[in-house]
Design a protein around this ligand. Structure first.
Ligand SMILES: Nc1ncnc2c1ncn2[C@@H]1O[C@H](COP(=O)(O)OP(=O)(O)OP(=O)(O)O)[C@@H](O)[C@H]1O
Ligand SMILES: [Mg+2]
Length: 243
């Protein structure tokens, strides 16, 4: 255990029924940094996030948050410890308003605290502030992703787990999402992000970890990886590198 690390996986074996996906996976993610999880389809990237969020329980191995073991805790306990998860795809209540979606995000906090915190979250998202009473399904894809991130921020999380936020968003909106995550990391939040949009994401990340078959095959400084002339060749067939 090292105290610079916010998240630590030690020899984690986890999977679905009898089928193991994470094969004694070990890695660390530093506090206040964006760590990018890369790897081919099926490598186990989303499974890492699900395991951290208590949706899967490790068979063996240990997981630490800020040096404290959190292996096997349930979602409620993990939320209370400051872990928030923004899964892949759309995860809003489309028929409810922006405001109501935010209220639901604060369900573990109680209504009073939630209402106190909503303005703080909206300060990050001027567009959501303008659309507060609109139905979530009427927002653009980028606005919906902002709302999902905003809902996670209500918890004032220590850690944000975010799975492929760029899917379905135009390049400019993707940059906005990455910039926001960068801002949060600079303010001390630890971000663990899965992203296929490798080149863009590396510009905003601090470190990159590549997985293959549930094992770590590389952990490298993001800037070093970005400037590596062999980036595309290194990842050919392993990580899709967008032009
Ligand atoms: N609920 C589940 N039940 C059984 N197997 C699953 C389940 N979810 C995922 N898997 C399997 O686990 C493996 C890893 O899946 P995972 O979703 O972690 O991959 P990934 O790296 O996120 O891939 P992608 O880039 O396609 O999102 C895959 O072979 C997948 O089929
Ligand atoms: Mg995935």
């Amino acid at each position: 255990m090292n105290n610079n690390y916010c998240i630590e996986f030690n020899d984690v074996l986890a999977g679905y029924k009898d089928f193991m996906i994470l094969n004694n996976l070990s890695f660390q993610a530093k506090r206040g940094c964006i760590t990018l999880l890369l790897g081919p389809n099926g490598a186990g990237k989303s499974t890492v996030l699900k395991t951290l969020f208590g949706l899967l329980k490790p068979r063996t191995g240990r997981i630490y948050l800020d040096g404290e073991e959190i292996t096997g805790l349930n979602q409620k306990e993990l939320l209370a410890k400051g872990i928030a998860f923004v899964p892949q795809g759309r995860n809003l209540f489309g028929q409810l308003s922006v405001f109501e979606n935010l209220e639901l995000g604060g369900i573990t906090l109680g209504m009073k605290t939630t209402h106190e915190r909503i303005p703080e979250v909206l300060a990050f998202f001027p567009r959501l502030k303008e659309r507060l009473n609109s139905m979530a399904s009427s927002l653009s894809g980028g606005e919906q992703k902002q709302l999902e991130i905003g809902r996670a921020l209500l918890l004032r999380p220590k850690v944000i787990l975010i799975d492929e936020p760029s899917i379905g968003l135009s390049p400019l909106v993707v940059q906005d999402v990455f910039k926001l995550l960068r801002k949060l990391a600079d303010q001390g939040t630890t971000v663990l992000m899965v992203e296929q949009n490798v080149k863009s994401a590396l510009k905003y990340a601090d470190e990159a970890i590549a997985l293959e078959s549930g094992q770590k095959v590389l952990q490298k400084d993001a800037a070093d990886l970005l400037s590596d002339p062999h980036l595309e060749r290194l990842f050919l067939g392993a990580v899709q590198v967008n032009p």
